[in-house]
Ligand binder design. Structure first.
Ligand code: SAH
Length: 461
């Protein structure tokens, strides 16, 4: 039997540590006598003093007490509530270095988990934004009360107390202003905010959606109940403030839940949808529909997917985990036929509507689990030239990977929001006869620790 490895730290110990890397969650990580220590707010290349606050079998967590040697890439966070909010994790790191760290994180995963030879696989520098601020097109803000007004912002970490947020630097200004105005108007009319305790009050969340290319605005009021007192005045007040308003919607959520939306949605004024475009494709966006939150970088990512798919117009393409069909519609412009599959029926309804809206006829969408629908397609004799996958964080189901291998497409384009499950799945595909050629990290969420990747695999031999 192997002797238990000694754990070299105990709770409440004070140690000095060199930080070598960043985790997927944006925490600094270093080794103390070979034992892994995670430290929030510490950056690579820093020498820090920490107090150990948690010890587990394979790692410990330290609280940063002092930076003994500071990283040359450390910067003052632009946002004054960076520490409390937790929505961004990397504002204390220069943007240029954020992009490098994200590329490094992808490379580390590919080496460690996928066992790829980095001499042969190109892991490109992360494609970042020219202006990495104010990029979000959607705000979802919980509303509470304090003396003299309504508050809207975010929940204080570990509590349900709402901290007021006047502006969010990664949110479009228009959305920040809209939230402030709606709060003011609602307060003026005596609307009460929802109180979790006692399950009372009306206004739970304000959700704003903004079409970057169309300039259209949707405001959604999520309410704990059907009836809005002084509804006409509220609608009138909001309309007067927002000439760009296209859609004002009420969503009713009377459940005791953290989930934002309830089942029923009513149009209070204007249209049910707003529209926006990414590249040449137009999308209809309703209160509940999913839409990428950073349209500028979405275009960058999907252009790369299209580039890797290398379509000539004769190909049959599968788009697995297709959501509202964003990638499918992009690909359809260059392919013979695209088949999209997605588990959420409402997303497929949106995908079909979007296909029609753009007059795209060479796409078909199916509702179901990719790992069930695609094997069924295979049994029907479908032989795709290219398969594109864009799974959620947990990656692809093994049954799907096996089917992909058996279908022997020329190319696989794997879009991923989690480099570790991407690496795990690439390993399976490599063993199944595919070769990873290149991986392009794209920064969809600047100042957060998220990184998105587009990867190209081709069939060997
Ligand atoms: N490419 C999409 C977004 C993909 S996000 C777009 O740009 O719009 C991942 C999607 O996978 C989500 O829409 C989620 O509902 C869906 N999903 C999750 N598990 C699935 C499964 N087993 N089979 C098919 N789709 C699934």
């Amino acid at each position: 039997m192997k002797a238990e490895k000694m754990i070299p730290v105990r709770k409440n110990d004070y140690i000095e540590l060199h930080i070598d890397g960043l985790t997927h969650e944006g925490m600094g990580v270093g080794k103390h006598e070979g034992f892994t220590i995670f430290v929030k707010d510490a950056l690579p290349q820093e020498q820090v003093k920490v107090k150990i606050i948690l010890v587990k079998k394979n790692f410990a967590v330290g609280r940063l007490l002092e930076i003994i040697k500071e990283s040359e890439h450390r910067v003052e966070p632009s946002c004054t509530i960076f520490q409390q909010c937790g929505g961004c994790q990397l504002q204390h790191l220069s943007y240029e270095e954020q992009l490098k760290q994200k590329q490094q994180q992808v490379a580390d995963n590919m080496k460690r988990i996928a066992g790829l030879d980095l001499e042969k696989v190109m892991i490109h520098p992360t494609l970042g934004m020219e202006n990495p601020w104010r990029y979000r097109n959607k705000a979802q803000v919980p509303i509470g009360e304090q003396e003299g007004g309504l508050v809207g912002g975010f929940y204080k970490q570990g509590t349900h107390e709402i901290i007021e947020m006047k502006e969010c630097l990664i949110q479009h200004e228009q959305n920040d202003q809209a939230v402030q105005k709606v709060k003011e108007i609602a307060y003026r009319l005596g609307l009460r905010a929802y109180q979790e305790e006692g399950h009372q009050g009306l206004l739970r969340h304000v959700v704003i959606k903004y079409g970057f290319s169309s300039g259209e605005v949707m405001i959604v009021l999520v309410t704990n109940g059907d009836e809005i007192p002084r509804q006409e005045e509220l609608v009138q007040g909001i309309r007067e403030e927002f000439p760009q308003l296209k859609s004002l919607v009420q969503n009713i959520n009377t459940k005791k839940t953290n989930v934002i939306f309830g089942a029923e949605t009513k149009v209070l004024w204007g249209e049910e949808y707003i529209y926006d475009s990414i590249g040449d494709i137009q999308f209809a966006i309703s209160a509940r529909s999913f839409y990428q939150v950073n349209p500028v970088q979405t275009k960058v990512l999907y252009d790369k997917a299209l580039d890797y798919a290398d379509l000539t117009g004769n190909e049959i393409v599968i788009d697995a985990y297709c959501g509202i069909g964003t990638i499918s519609l992009f690909l359809a412009q260059k392919a013979k036929k695209v088949l999209g599959v997605e588990i959420v029926p409402e997303a497929i309804a949106d995908a079909k509507r979007n296909a029609k809206l753009n007059g795209i006829e060479n796409v078909e969408f199916a509702v179901g689990e990719a790992e069930k629908v695609i094997p069924w397609w295979k049994a029907q004799g479908l032989a795709p030239d290219v398969i594109v996958v864009d799974p959620p964080r947990k990656g692809c189901d093994i049954a799907l990977l096996e089917t992909m291998i058996e279908m022997k497409p020329q190319r696989i384009v794997y879009v991923s929001c989690n480099p570790s499950t991407l690496a795990r799945d690439l390993k399976v595909l490599e063993q199944g006869g595919f070769e990873t050629k290149e991986i392009q990290p794209v920064d969809m969420f600047p100042h957060t620790s998220h990184v998105e990747c587009c990867s190209l695999l081709v069939r060997k031999g």
